[in-house]
Design a protein around this ligand. Structure first.
Ligand SMILES: *[C@@H]1O[C@H](CO)[C@@H](O)[C@H](O)[C@H]1NC(C)=O
Ligand SMILES: *[C@@H]1O[C@H](CO)[C@@H](O)[C@H](O)[C@H]1NC(C)=O
Ligand SMILES: *[C@@H]1O[C@H](CO)[C@@H](O)[C@H](O)[C@H]1NC(C)=O
Length: 298
């Protein structure tokens, strides 16, 4: 080896170290969980630090489905990969970012998606980043509250049912009565129905709540009863959905009822007093009552 050769190697290794530090995938955006009926956008960003971009490749589970090569023709290439379909013309890449839109096909669209960027000759250094996407059948509507009326009387027995929409992920239903969870014994065991569809087993939960309209919970609340049903999917708090219905509560228990009647008749009696000037008569009876009381006491 002569000195020229050594110098060349020395320079090469310097450039090598430079390109290692230069090429970097700074961000990848892959949805964590999506519905199989949706289209999704995958994107990644990279920092070339002045180096030339040779290619950007997208993989699903190590199979390449998309390639961007700005120095070649054609610039964009797509490859068939099971479970996904690159949407025609719905992609865009440049020296700093690469975005591709896909339509999905069902459970087999789930996988690990990788964005791999390569620099120019002579090193073709690679940088890559990957993320997982789960493709599921997600609930399309809020939970449904059934057999709930718009008006109830105090002391009445209430029973209502909540059902979640069909989903391939397990759903948990909960009830809230004026903001509080039901008490022990107010819930029926939940009922699970399942149907096979679109390569998934879709499940729906039904949960019945029943209780008497009595106690503190219902006296504090402006005579409004609010029933809320919440449908949650484990590990995905962003998929929570809920439904709230309200009903007017009217007093009904005997004591209330008597007091109500009494106050109404007292008020109307007073009114007729003023109108007909018959107050004297009531006054007279009151006097008799008073004297009888005093007689009994003495
Ligand atoms: C997905 O994209 C295709 C092509 O652009 C479009 O026809 C279809 O309606 C889209 N689907 C949804 C759910 O947006
Ligand atoms: C690449 O495209 C993105 C999005 O259109 C844009 O914001 C960015 O400035 C572009 N970068 C270069 C280097 O052209
Ligand atoms: C993707 O999922 C696999 C298992 O299915 C796991 O080993 C891996 O760590 C996940 N990758 C990321 C980036 O979350």
């Amino acid at each position: 080896m002569d000195y020229g050769c050594l110098l060349f190697l020395f320079c090469c290794s310097l450039i090598d170290m430079q390109s290692i530090s230069a090429l970097l995938v700074t961000d990848i955006s892959v949805p964590e969980i999506v519905d199989f009926r949706d289209n999704v956008t995958l994107s990644c960003s990279y920092d070339m630090k002045g180096h030339t971009l040779n290619s950007v490749k997208w993989y699903k589970d190590r199979l390449e489905f998309f390639r961007y090569t700005p120095l070649m023709r054609p610039v964009y290439l797509t490859f068939p990969v099971a479970g996904i379909q690159v949407l025609d013309g719905k992609y865009f890449c440049n020296e700093s970012t690469c975005r591709v839109d896909l339509s999905l096909l069902g459970a087999k669209s789930t996988g690990t998606f990788k964005c791999e960027v390569s620099g120019d000759a002579p090193h073709f250094k690679l940088a890559a980043r990957e993320d997982n996407m789960t493709v599921a059948a997600l609930p399309q509507s809020d939970p449904l509250i059934e057999s709930f009326n718009s008006m109830y009387r105090m002391e009445e027995f209430l029973s209502a049912t909540c059902s979640s929409d069909y989903s391939s992920l397990p759903t948990k239903l909960s009830w809230y009565i004026n903001g509080e969870q039901p008490m022990l014994g107010e819930l029926q065991p939940s009922i699970d129905t399942s149907i096979p569809a679109h390569d998934y087993i879709l499940r729906r939960q039904r949960l019945q709540v029943h209780f008497y309209l009595q106690g503190q919970r219902f006296y504090q609340t402006d005579n409004i009863l609010r029933l809320k049903c919440v449908a949650e999917i484990e590990n995905y708090p962003e998929l929570r959905r809920e439904m709230t219905l309200s009903a007017a509560l009217t007093p009904f228990d005997n004591l209330n009822n008597l007091m109500l009647k009494h106050s109404i008749s007292a008020a109307s009696a007073q009114r007729s007093c003023h109108l007909a000037g018959t107050c004297l008569i009531s006054g007279f009876f009151a006097l008799i009552l008073l004297t009888k009381c005093l007689q009994r006491q003495s």
